[in-house]
Design a protein around this ligand. Structure first.
Ligand code: KIV
Ligand code: ZN
Length: 419
């Protein structure tokens, strides 16, 4: 019998938490451009900003709310009437508005940041959610620093905001402190202990201080969370938030372990990553999963040989499935004859074994001295080894399906060009 898979709401906070990463702030126009791309990507919720934080942020949320009509548009507010009213001002013309109210609940935040007792916190959380509900039917509440909050108190706070009318309860791992098993335990406990929790959406929001944001988010999904908060390229406060592209591709590639559905168009992942990089001028690390420039690049000879026979030997998803045009076979000191031959063919040279050996000998010597051998180096080596030959493009043997060769300058620029 076919059972429907649970649908996970993808809540993108690139424009709010993501923007809080150093160097990633965006103008109103840039936020609008990014919001339109997030809509194309298929996210369910766009957290567009923190309206009380600045006039610019207010304006960005207001314009996104007016112009981006398919997703829910969310604005963040502290648990105070003034913040919530300001956020509502910015959001009220959205096709689908959401108010997101947060208040810290851990003792360390209550004592040192808010100077508040647990009782005061409980009351303020409930009152602010009730006020937000008087303005908007869609209200999310986040107990900030939830994973360092006393568990019995966390249950009390979540109970209070559910009773006050929150429609989504988000559990943030604000300082990236938790681990997958511990986080799954917290979600399971809340689902067991809070009355009426089944009628609200349980959400998670993980930071990456221990490099566990994606793993923690996935563990929470397995424990019953139905909304994941994440960002493009994993940008966000300090070490960042859970990376949207990694969460999505983990659920797609390992659908056997995560039998859930999302509305994400995965072919828009790489364009979204590229657009964010273009807007912020903050590059992603080359080895970043899914969208880093090395995510589908192969240098080792053994790997290149496998890739040429069947890409499934060393790739668990196709580059095209995430919007990357091609895999790349990069020439370096670990590369073998097969990849060199492929490059030679693409440059118009069809060699027999002896001719290729002559080029390969030069290649090995050069590759030992420089980090990456570029296309013009290969061409020079061919000319030195075989000055009598000219390229023959009509005899070109086609590259195995979906694999491009590439020089280091091209890898430096991303995946746009093919050799
Ligand atoms: O990390 C955090 O706790 C937050 C909240 C505002 C959800 O970003
Ligand atoms: Zn956060």
């Amino acid at each position: 019998m076919h059972t429907a898979k649970p649908r996970i709401t993808i809540f993108d906070t690139t424009l709010r938490d993501g923007e809080q990463s150093p160097g990633c702030s965006m103008t109103v126009e840039e936020k609008l451009r990014m919001a339109r791309q997030l809509e194309r990507l298929g996210v369910d919720v766009i957290e567009a900003g923190f309206p009380i934080a600045s006039d610019g942020d207010f304006e960005a949320v207001r314009q996104i709310a007016q112009q981006v009509r398919r997703p829910i548009i969310c604005g963040l507010a502290r648990a105070s009437q003034q913040d919530i009213a300001r956020a509502w001002d910015a959001l009220q013309h959205a096709a689908h508005p959401r108010l997101h109210v947060f208040l810290a609940t851990s003792d360390i935040h209550l004592q040192f940041k808010l100077n508040m007792t647990r009782e005061q916190c409980l009351q303020q959380a409930a009152e602010s959610v009730a006020y937000a509900r008087s303005l908007c039917t869609d209200v999310e509440f986040s107990p900030e620093d939830a994973t360092r909050t006393d568990r019995a108190f966390l249950v009390q706070v979540v109970q209070a905001v559910v009773d006050a009318g929150a429609t989504t309860v988000n559990i943030p791992d604000t300082v990236g402190f938790t681990t997958p098993t511990e986080f799954a335990d917290i979600i399971t406990m809340l689902r067991r202990e809070v009355r009426g929790i089944e009628s609200v959406v349980m959400s998670v929001h993980c930071h990456n201080d221990l490099g566990l944001a994606v793993a923690n988010s996935l563990a929470a999904v397995s424990a019953g969370a139905r909304q994941v908060e994440c960002t493009i390229n994993g940008i966000g406060e300090r070490a960042g938030n859970a990376s949207l592209e990694e969460v999505i591709m983990a659920t797609r590639v390992r659908a056997d372990l995560y039998p859930v559905e999302t509305a994400i168009h995965t072919a828009e992942l790489y364009p979204s990553s590229q657009l964010l990089t273009e807007i912020t001028s903050v590059d992603v690390q080359p080895n970043k999963a899914i969208v880093g420039r090395n995510a589908f690049a192969h240098e080792a000879g053994i790997h290149q040989h496998g890739m040429m026979k069947n890409p499934l030997t060393y790739e668990i998803m196709t580059p095209q499935s995430v919007g990357v045009p091609d895999s790349k076979l990069v020439l370096g000191k670990h590369s073998g004859r097969a990849a060199l031959n492929l490059h030679c063919q693409r440059l118009g040279y069809q060699f027999d074994r002896r001719q290729l050996d002559e080029v390969y000998r030069r290649f090995v010597a050069l590759a030992d001295q420089i980090k990456m051998v570029e296309e013009h180096d290969v061409l020079q080596m061919i000319r030195d080894a075989h000055p009598e030959l000219t390229p023959q493009f009509d005899s070109l043997i086609s590259t195995p399906a979906n694999i491009a060769t590439v020089s280091s300058t091209q890898t430096g620029q991303g995946y746009g060009a093919q050799a």
